[in-house]
Design a protein around this ligand. Structure first.
Ligand SMILES: [Fe+2]
Length: 482
């Protein structure tokens, strides 16, 4: 059990929440306060790095921890929990050896340059998951999806859409399902070939039909290899922000001297580009250029006349990477600025405005309104509560910018707030917000449930028998998997 930081009255920081969870559980939750809503039916899946070190040696980046899925299943007012690691080669072999055997985004194999020479980063399958075409997939932008059994979370294997996803073609962690067609759109950063100037960078674009077949592919050529993690989807368009985060000196990476994380940086001389893609043809229809910046995660987007409106969490630097590459010593995991961008498809003009005053990340909203003007969005927040080393609150933000902030007690740390619709929901915000919270005093986690139309109203809290390491992303499905 953690206590106040030695010699101070300060509450414990977030670091315990980064420690590994080796055990895999499956049980009905029977501790907590309040009553589980009877009109909440389905499964809340989450993915994230379940372990951040092996054999006592920390990985070199939060992005390199091994993917561990959790599932909270809601049925008749009861909740079942399970967690299981994705059995990637990295997980299986490093578990057996109890040492680092694979490179990562920011992790080098101990032993010097020759151990890393010409080795590609492993895919830890740790960032997000999606249920589409009848398949539950664990996603990481550095590789192919990994398919799991949704009822047990057992690993089935790497998934390449019947060979449509070529070896080396990556698949981002933020695929999105079009609410009308049911098609899933996704992308991956890639190399399209060689030109006189060198390697030709591109975004590979994919469309997967509701039956789970990859039915369309295309590519968008870019000036340089993109740091592009997420995108926004309207009814007609996909929007990609090509950030001012650049990859430099990749020769040192290939030769084993440096990790990718070592070699990426924010370049104030590189404008941010915004590429708008037509969803029918998967071709570029307009490109905007604006001041340097970076957007890692997007909220909703929609068409309004000749304009495309896109919400995103904006940063003017990439200092977050310093935190992410040294998680056990970092004392500040910050968010971005919640911005709204207006793209005029007629004139090519682009404007922006700030939506929320509170430091925000991990935006989520009711996926039923993807591509339509939304009423409300939810974000994880970093707020000054006396222990602001991680996300320690969350908020609802109306389209007009009205905030309702929930600040956790000092020493408790939050996560991406996830909207879950009530059974027979009648409105966009008719449902609940699910928030996994790490209690640094007890070193255990709980699932807190709030009313989505008034997040100040907490409905219940479900206490787990253990902690859940801080995770990245999740989703809710009305399907029950136990
Ligand atoms: Fe993400």
């Amino acid at each position: 059990m953690s206590e106040a930081i030695a010699g101070t009255n300060e509450p414990p920081n977030c670091h315990g929440g980064l420690e590994k969870l080796d055990q895999e559980f499956s049980y009905w939750i029977d501790e907590g306060g309040g009553t589980v809503p009877k009109d909440l039916t389905g499964t809340f899946f989450r993915n994230g790095p379940g372990r951040q070190r092996i054999g006592g040696v920390p990985f070199g980046h939060w992005f390199d921890g091994d993917g561990m899925l959790c599932a909270f299943s809601f049925k008749d007012g009861r909740v079942h929990f399970k967690n299981r690691y994705v059995r990637t080669p990295k997980y299986v072999e490093e578990t057996a050896a109890q040492k680092i055997l694979y490179r990562g985004f920011g992790t080098q194999i101990p032993g010097g340059i020759t151990r890393n020479l010409f080795k590609m980063p492993a895919n830890p399958a740790n960032t997000n998951s999606i249920l589409h075409g009848g398949k539950l997939l664990a996603l990481n932008e550095g590789g192919h999806p990994w398919q799991l059994k949704p009822d047990t979370l057992e690993t089935i294997g790497e998934h390449d859409y019947d060979g449509q996803l070529a070896k080396g073609q990556v698949f981002s962690a933020h695929g999105k399902v079009h609410p009308v067609s049911g098609d899933c759109f996704n992308f991956g950063a890639g190399i399209s070939g060689m030109t006189l100037k060198g390697l030709q960078a591109c975004l590979n674009l994919y469309r997967i039909n509701p039956e789970g077949q990859m039915v369309q592919k295309s590519k968008i050529l870019l000036d340089s290899f993109p740091f592009c993690h997420d995108f926004a989807l309207t009814q007609k368009h996909a929007i990609y922000f090509i950030n001012s985060i650049v990859f430099g000196g990749m020769g040192s990476v290939i030769l084993g001297r440096k990790s990718i994380s070592d070699q990426i940086h924010f370049d104030n001389n590189v404008p941010m580009q915004v590429v708008v893609v037509d969803l029918d043809t998967l071709t570029e229809v307009r490109r905007f250029e604006t001041a340097p910046g970076a957007i890692i995660h997007f909220g909703n987007a929609f068409e309004s006349g000749n304009e495309i409106v896109v919400d995103g969490m904006y940063a003017s630097d990439f200092e977050a990477n310093d935190t992410l590459s040294d998680v056990f010593n970092s004392t500040k995991f910050g968010g971005g600025t919640y911005m709204r961008f207006h793209l005029n498809m007629g004139t090519g003009a682009m404007t922006s405005e700030r939506v929320s005053e509170t430091e925000s990340e991990f935006p989520t909203f009711n996926p039923a309104v993807i591509g339509k003007q939304h009423k409300v969005c939810y974000t994880a927040c970093s707020v000054p509560n006396g222990a602001d080393s991680f996300f320690n609150g969350f908020q609802s933000v109306t389209f007009e910018g009205e905030e309702t902030l929930v600040t956790l007690p000092p020493g408790l740390y939050g996560s991406e707030p996830m909207f879950a619709p009530a059974d027979k929901a009648a409105a966009e915000d008719d449902g609940y917000v699910l928030e996994v919270v790490y209690d640094a005093y007890t070193h255990k986690s709980e699932l807190q449930i709030y009313r989505a139309n008034n997040v100040a109203d907490q409905v219940c809290s479900l206490k787990l028998k253990h902690h859940v390491p801080h995770q990245f992303h999740g989703f809710f499905t009305p399907q029950v998997f136990v």
